[in-house]
Design a protein around this ligand. Structure first.
Ligand code: ATP
Length: 323
């Protein structure tokens, strides 16, 4: 391998820049050329590719977003689109790719890698932390801290008015962010897509809390919970209990932004370096991950086939600690 391309795809996540920086510097350290592909797979198709140098990635480790920009590319889902992408890679003599993104990104990488026998290594970048084969995805820790900071602020005003707040956090299919931020912010209850919403139990918690004169209640709701988000749940609870002063906050895209935490920067740096080393070691179609603080490799097939489970002990803990 003489030349590597790097791209970010799918939803952006804080820490992606730290990963790009690590990929670029690791390539240069190892005398490889490195190219940045703009806007994910769409940039491969549009030939929006430029060579990167050590100073191309100066001063970016602390910034959120991604200097390479991200996009969702419908064209890459077609064989013709992928042919164009392959031709552009060949023209530039790029002979391997590092892709930073979520499961959609790895699905595309797996198909492209097989179709063209092209070496690709993935780095998990998503605030959802929903990828099998890694304890942490890049961006998750930063998003977690952003949510906790926001919930703390809402708690102040909730307490001043004895209100019941339903706070919606990101997580279409996974409740990792809701669960951990719920524990860290002392939420009264957490509703996640992985578990059926038990209204009787929710009632029990809320009534108990108000009986004991809790001055505020906060319920964290993952956007993908089975009822359909915080607004619908708040509506239902508010109708059944006109005596509660119910409010809803949807945290939205603030969860995606901001300067990455030290943890995300370090994880991203480790994964970026390991991705380049894996390609130099002739590996392909694998995702780099962190398990028990060690770098691990998981084939795309496995990472995509398996679903990462929420830690049942943490789920149980939210119930015990909110009595
Ligand atoms: P997030 O977890 O933040 O949503 P993601 O990587 O899962 O990130 P997607 O939008 O699902 O985000 O996928 C990113 C891109 O990967 C898509 O825009 C598309 O270009 C490519 N991709 C996804 N699925 C396929 C597929 N089946 N075939 C080819 N390319 C795909």
């Amino acid at each position: 391998i003489k030349s590597i391309g790097v791209l970010t795809s799918g939803g952006d996540a804080p820490g992606m820049n730290a990963a790009i920086r690590a990929v670029v510097r690791a390539c240069i350290y190892n005398d490889l050329r490195v190219f940045g592909v703009m806007r994910g797979y769409q940039g491969l198709i549009d030939n929006d590719i430029e060579e990167l140098h050590s100073n191309s990635v100066s001063n970016i480790i602390q910034s959120g977003g991604t200097i390479l920009k991200s996009a969702r590319s419908m064209e890459f889902k077609t064989q013709e689109g992928r042919e164009k992408a392959y031709d552009n890679l060949r023209k530039r003599d790029i002979d391997a790719l590092v892709v930073i993104g979520g499961d959609g990104t790895f699905t595309g990488a797996r198909i492209f890698g097989q179709e063209h026998n092209f070496p690709i290594v993935g780095i998990p970048g998503t605030i959802d932390n929903d990828l099998y084969g890694t304890d942490y995805t890049i961006g998750y820790d930063t998003a977690l801290n952003t949510v906790v900071e926001a919930v703390d602020k809402i708690r102040d005003t909730a307490t001043a008015h004895s209100r019941l707040f339903f706070i919606e956090v990101m997580g279409r299919d996974a409740g990792f962010l809701a669960l951990r931020s719920g524990i860290a912010s002392g939420a009264e209850a957490v509703l996640v897509p992985e578990v059926r919403t038990d209204f009787d139990q929710l009632e029990h918690f809320l009534q108990n809390g108000f009986k004991k004169n809790k001055t505020s209640s906060i319920v964290l709701v993952a956007e993908g919970d089975e009822i359909g988000g915080a607004i619908k749940i708040a509506d239902k609870v508010g109708k059944e209990h006109p005596e509660y002063d119910v409010r809803v906050t949807i945290l939205g895209h603030i969860q995606r932004g901001g300067s990455p935490s030290a943890f995300d920067r370090v994880s991203a740096s480790r994964m970026g370096l390991s991705a380049v080393e894996a390609l130099m070691d002739d590996q392909k179609s694998i995702m780099i991950g962190l398990a028990n603080n060690q770098i691990v490799h998981t084939p795309f097939n496995q990472a995509l086939k398996n679903k990462k489970a929420l830690n049942p002990q943490l789920l149980e803990m939210t119930k015990i600690l909110s009595i």
